[in-house]
Structure formats: structure tokens, C-alpha cells
Design a binder for this molecule. Structure first.
Ligand SMILES: Cc1cc2nc3c(=O)[nH]c(=O)nc-3n(C[C@H](O)[C@H](O)[C@H](O)COP(=O)(O)OP(=O)(O)OC[C@H]3O[C@@H](n4cnc5c(N)ncnc54)[C@H](O)[C@@H]3O)c2cc1C
Length: 400
């Protein structure tokens, strides 16, 4: 008997969410073999163009999709990730060979353009609580993919309310400014209970900060967030020149402020039909299997700069397995390939955030950074250089 992957009847796939994960998956699914619809609640591509770090595995995923070359040509590359104490006394710079800093809008546009013309785009919010799979090409989907981000409705419908996103105590504030600095000015600095970083961006400099705040959780007041950020800066003794220059130039109109959310780690990122258990979700509520990709599967704090990259790897992995194996087998293999790895990354990212934003533990943390910097030859010497004009080339830096 033919299986679905032998494609006597093309598999209907409903992708809920047209962000990085959803578009990357749609771009990699062969339209001659699958009927695909992407459901996105907000039409158009968001204007936000802050940087995302694309690490080697994410780069390989973008190469498979066929968009890495053009993105790399228009994005700054980085080969190190400098992190240090606020005073610049200790800097460690883990290598990131072959990585680029890509604007979110540029990435979404490239993925959007790579989706086959045959794939349906539906401007709609999907709510699986109704107990039905969305329709693709006039019939219920055979497979639903939740690519609907940290607040995933798909995850909540099948994995339960315990899987709902959790607000962290921290706020992320970020933006892009038409300023450029020398390479040595870029990087991420950890102060007492706050961090500040900046990296090169195709349009100048991408900057970001995180700190504990009571603002939000939704519709965070940007002016109030900037006032809190400036209060941290004012309390610091030796601020790097770039930080001062950026804080003088920031404009609430081009600044984003949001509470950082993370999702509880999932043991499995697929739900199949049949009896479920506390750890193994069942897809019986909608009658077709479900897979999660991107933040829906593993929303993590931004401190390792890995969420978008892992979303791309999820998408390419799932598309590759669906092309090669029957659906159930492909989903099992996807779960094995991605669930444990992304769970570990999410835990590591959470740990890095706690260390980076340490308050009482800050002196101890800085001592560890100094030891690490001395051991890796990363101690910084001399004062930071003055900013270069907006046309100067910028080479290496980091992002959040
Ligand atoms: C401050 C900050 C900095 C970051 N920096 C980095 C970095 O440097 N590198 C990195 O790799 N990652 C970074 N990340 C993480 C990265 O942004 C996410 O991991 C990535 O956006 C996840 O993509 P996604 O497609 O899974 O989810 P999203 O980008 O959230 O997309 C989900 C889409 O689904 C849509 N949607 C939601 N619900 C529904 C519904 N019910 N029906 C229909 N549509 C729906 C949404 O409108 C959205 O378009 C950062 C995150 C933050 C907050």
C-alpha cells in the first residue's frame, strides 16, 4: 500500500505562523509533492530590522533554502562574540566562524520570497481549540505544524496550559541607529543587573540591553523602559564610549521594548494520534499529527542568540524528513533530532541570562570573567577608540 510520502495523494500541510520558522519550512517543502498553506495572523512583513546572529548550523540551513548568499552579501559578518565586564577590564570572545548578523526584516523578506508560488498564504489567526485541523486546498490538513512563536496557540491546545509561555523578570530593549563604531567598541558588557551590547548592522549599529523591570508584560512603555535603562547607565562608573554615544542618540520612536518570555521545556515536540501521557501529548483532539517548530517548540531567552537559528534548523530538518519518510516515521525522527538538543540550549540560554544579569552575584561573576579572559588571552588593553563616521567599515560584534 502506498504511504503518504509516496504521494499518490499529496500530503496537506497546514503551517500555523508565517514567521522565521513557518516561512523557512514552507520554503523547503517541495510544492510538487505537498499541498501547503501558511496561516499568518498579521499580513505583511514586520518593519522590525534588529539583528539576529546566524551561526554555522543556521547558516547551513539558509544555504539549503538558497538564501544565504544574498543575505550574507548585505550583512556584516562576525567571527567572534566578545562578552565582558562593564568596565572592559575582562573580555572573552568565543569564536563564531562564518557567522553573520542579519536584519530580521531582511531575513523574513528572503524567506518569504523563497516560498513556492503554489503555497497558499492565508491571513488568519488559527485557534485549534475548536478541535479541527485547518483546511488546505479545501480539505482538512493531514499534518499541522505549529510555527506560531513563544505564545503558540498550537502548543497550548495540545500540550496543555502548563506549556504556556512564562514571563521572565527581564525586559529587552533594542534598536538600530545610523552610527558606526570601530570593531573594538562592539560586543556585550555585563553590569550589575543589566547588560548592554552593540554590533554592526547593515544600516549602522544594532544595540540591545536587558535588565529587571516591572514594566509590561504587554505593551511596554518605551519611554519608561529607556528611563530605566538610562538609570542603570547613570549608576555605572566607566561606560564604554559606544554605550554613551548610543544612549545619547536613542529615540523612543525607533526603539523596541518587550518583556522576555520563555516556554517551559518540552520533552516532545510532536504530538501523534493515540493515547497521550503527561509527557507525551496526543493529537487526538484534532485528529491529525502535529509538529512544533521554532519558538513554539523551544522559546528561549535571547542570551545565546540562538532562537532564530534553531528555528531555521528545525524547519530544514522537518522538511528533509518529510521528503524522505512516511509522516509518522518522519515525525518520530524529527522529535529525536530536535527535542533534546533544543531543550538543552534553552536551559543553557536561561543560565547565561541569570549569570549575565546577576545582581548580588555580580562581583563573583566578574571574577570568573576575569579568570576566563586571562585564560583565553582576552583581556582588553587601552581605552576604547572614538566612534567612526557613519560610512566607516565595521567588522565584528555581537547581538542579543
Ligand atoms: C530581544 C530578542 C533578541 C533576539 N536575538 C536573537 C539572535 O540574535 N539570534 C537568534 O537566533 N534569535 C534571536 N532571538 C530569538 C528569535 O527572535 C526567535 O527565536 C525567532 O523569532 C523565532 O521565530 P518563530 O518563527 O519560531 O517565531 P516568531 O518569530 O514569533 O513567529 C511566529 C509567527 O506566528 C504568528 N502567529 C502567532 N500565533 C498565530 C496564530 N494563532 N495563527 C496564525 N499566526 C500566528 C505570529 O504573528 C508570527 O508571525 C531574539 C529574541 C528576542 C526577544
Amino acid at each position: 500500500m502506498a504511504t503518504r510520502t509516496q504521494h499518490r495523494t499529496p500530503l496537506r500541510i497546514a503551517i500555523v505562523g508565517g514567521g522565521i520558522a513557518g516561512l523557512a519550512l514552507a520554503a523547503r517543502l517541495d510544492a510538487a509533492r505537498f499541498r501547503v498553506a501558511v496561516f499568518e495572523q498579521y499580513p505583511g512583513i514586520p518593519a522590525v530590522n534588529t539583528s539576529l546572529a546566524v551561526w554555522p548550523l543556521a547558516r547551513a540551513a539558509l544555504e539549503r533554502i538558497g538564501v544565504f548568499g544574498p543575505l550574507a552579501a548585505a550583512s556584516p559578518s562576525i567571527d567572534r562574540f566578545p562578552i565582558g565586564t562593564l568596565d572592559g577590564g575582562a573580555v572573552v570572545a568565543p569564536p563564531m566562524p562564518g557567522s553573520i548578523l542579519v536584519g530580521r526584516r531582511a531575513l523574513l523578506t528572503a524567506l518569504h520570497d523563497a516560498v513556492p508560488a503554489e503555497t497558499a498564504r492565508v491571513d488568519a489567526r488559527i485557534d485549534l481549540a475548536a478541535g479541527r485541523a485547518p483546511e488546505v486546498d479545501g480539505a482538512p490538513a493531514d499534518l499541522v505544524v505549529g510555527a506560531d512563536g513563544v505564545h503558540s496557540a498550537v502548543r497550548r491546545a495540545l500540550w496543555g496550559e502548563a506549556s504556556a509561555a512564562v514571563a521572565t523578570p527581564w525586559l529587552a530593549v533594542r534598536g538600530v541607529l545610523p552610527l558606526r563604531f570601530d570593531e573594538g567598541e562592539y560586543g556585550e558588557r555585563w553590569g550589575r543587573g543589566w547588560l548592554f551590547g552593540a554590533g554592526p548592522h547593515a544600516d549602522g549599529t544594532n544595540w540591545f540591553s536587558a535588565f529587571r523591570s516591572e514594566l509590561g508584560p504587554r505593551d511596554v512603555d518605551v519611554e519608561a523602559a529607556l528611563a530605566e535603562l538610562r538609570a542603570h547607565a547613570a549608576a555605572a562608573a566607566d561606560l564604554p564610549h559606544a554605550t554613551t554615544a548610543i544612549l545619547e542618540a536613542v529615540d523612543p520612536g525607533t526603539t523596541l521594548a518587550q518583556r522576555i518570555h520563555a516556554a517551559p521545556p518540552l520533552r516532545h515536540v510532536v504530538a501523534r494520534r493515540g493515547a497521550g501521557s503527561r509527557r507525551r501529548p496526543s493529537a487526538d483532539a484534532i485528529g491529525v499529527p502535529v509538529a512544533l517548530v521554532g519558538d513554539a517548540a523551544h522559546a528561549m531567552t535571547p542570551n545565546l542568540g540562538r532562537g532564530a537559528g534553531e528555528a531555521l534548523v528545525d524547519a530544514v530538518t522537518l522538511a528533509g524528513l518529510l521528503a524522505e519518510r512516511p509522516v509518522d516515521e518522519a515525525l518520530r525522527a524529527y522529535d529525536r533530532a530536535r527535542a533534546a538538543r533544543t531543550r538543552r540550549l534553552a536551559r543553557a540560554s536561561d543560565l547565561v541570562m541569570r549569570v549575565a544579569l546577576a545582581e548580588r552575584g555580580q562581583p563573583w561573576r566578574d571574577r570568573v570573567l576575569r579568570v576566563a579572559a586571562a585564560a583565553t588571552g582576552g583581556r582588553r588593553t587601552g581605552p576604547a577608540p572614538a566612534p567612526a563616521p557613519a560610512t566607516a567599515p565595521a567588522k565584528a560584534a555581537t547581538t542579543a
